[in-house]
Design a protein around this ligand. Sequence first.
Ligand code: SF4
Length: 656
Amino acid sequence: MTTDVERLRAREPMAQVLQAAKPLIELAVAEDIGPGDATSEAILPASATLYGRIVAKVAGVIAGLPLAEAVFQRIDPAIQFAAHTAEGQEVVAGEVVAEASGPARGMLAAERTALNFLQRMSGIATLTRRYVDAVACTSAAILDTRKTAPGYRALDKYAVRMGGGQNHRMSLYDMILIKDNHVEAAGGILPAVERVRATHPSLPVEVEVRSLEELRQALGITPPVDRIMLDNMSLEQMRQAVAIAAGRVPLEASGMVTLEGAADIAATGVDYLSVGALTHSVRALDLSMDVTLPPHAGEGWGGVLSLGEVSDRALGARTAELRAALGERAVILGHHYQREEVIAFADFRGDSLQLARSATQTDAEFIVFCGVHFMAETAAILARPGQHVVIPDPTAGCYLADTATPGLVQAAWDHLTATLGDAEAEFTPITYINSSASLKAFCGQHGGIVCTSSNAERAIRWALAQRPRVFFFPDQHLGRNTARRMGIPLEEMLVWETGRAPEAEAIRHARVVLWPGACNVHQRFRPEHVRALRERLAGVRVLVHPECPMQVVDLADKVGSTSYIIRQVEAAPAQTQWAIGTESHLVQRLQAEHPEQRIVSLADVPPFCPTMSQITLPKLVQELEGLVRGEVVHEVTVDPETSRWARVALERMLSA
Ligand code: SF4
């Protein structure tokens, strides 16, 4: 069942879909705007700017954001557009799908046309996803048809793919479909197949049959045809057809496939259900754009509007120019949770430790860290003399790291000493790499170690070989999940309460003391998300990060670091269904890079890391412009003493 499917599923890159959409955008602009927007031009000054948020009024699946962006850009290239969701991502009512900001006249002129494309395509993607979900407990796939709006085929079929469906033939030229009138004209099924094969030997061949007798004839053809369409057959006929075909040729159910009846049809064992309604009865997804003044008037929306100096060219092109100007003097590092437009310029992608290591393996003078502050600090600690680490937004911190300040940790350590006589004789401190340089130095000074989410177990084992107990900070979930996997019972773990120190007896009993910190992304995954996904998608594999709560980890199929999650998806066979519990930018990227798999976020509202998202393309441009001018604008440094001790703890991790 591969030949035709592979051909037909060959996905046009988004660039090709945009190319196909160009004339449609021109038509739409001509019919809607013509010589100008009479109202806005009369009322709004040319200098006015607006900020708009495209919001989903109902739950659905998003498709067409690049087209919406293209419309805004077509009307006024100064308009900045930022998608908040990936193509094919499910959104809930009230969710912000995208933001746009720029000259008010252009914003209002583009709004309707952009929404028209986006609503139609999202409507198709949403209906497709409903069908896909309806047959999810079988191996059947949902196909579209040629019943598309004239001129919109590439867009409609793209939207079907975003909904999780597959494309049937694109047009009459890319696949043979022999129907009853062809059979009649050729004098039978076999002669019809022979003729098309003689004329178009490379095209896949599908034959439509209306009875089990015709099916037997089609099955008797050698070499076998690529697919057989069962036209308007009853469920019982389809069951018999599946038994007769016995897997020799894939079967497609066609005609009267409704959403209500799809599961029953799929249960007969057919391989495909083709659904004309996906594209001929489109119900647009209800999306609207709320328009206001920019939220940070004068400063610009998230820094976007303040970049007037680059408004005359695409930011991406500007970034590429600056990047080229810096050459090997600079290296750009991008964390897996970064925005797509930023990570597109990363020379290295990775998790925090991979990126810090990448930095040490380069001779670049400038290490531009597109991540959060503690990561840039780690790179600065490991950097060689003469290397400068910069971060495009120095206020991009980490909620988890911020829960453990050096003062609070020192106070806890002092309390442990007061209770047990000498904390250092009893406890090995372990800090997760998601912590400040000061805490890494604390561990270095007190015989402790740094760990990552992939080596936490090794670090705890090492720590317990040094001293009888472990003081683990700042992520309680990583510490708890890892210790449990090692066989340490929950009764021997104690969660520190920063406002109220635990009783001495509780401390004496504890083998692992956990800091109460948690990542505000991963702690949002709940056990009910896992249960709901398992109900909705039979056979789904739940893959989560160990920063998730224990109850989620207990229900998951696989648990591991960001890199582990990526490796699992990369190694999985096509059609694997994943529900992934980690930051949404990474999940979106995996969806885009692995269209052969069905990947969804574990949460109904996929959580994203707001501090990571503070690194925007405009800020990266500003940083690179500074470097090109010879100014190191946002350098991250760590004082030599802190750096020395932090390096001790990091080196213990590397050699543990
Ligand atoms: S995802 Fe969590 S741990 Fe990572 S930077 Fe954001 S808040 Fe911190």
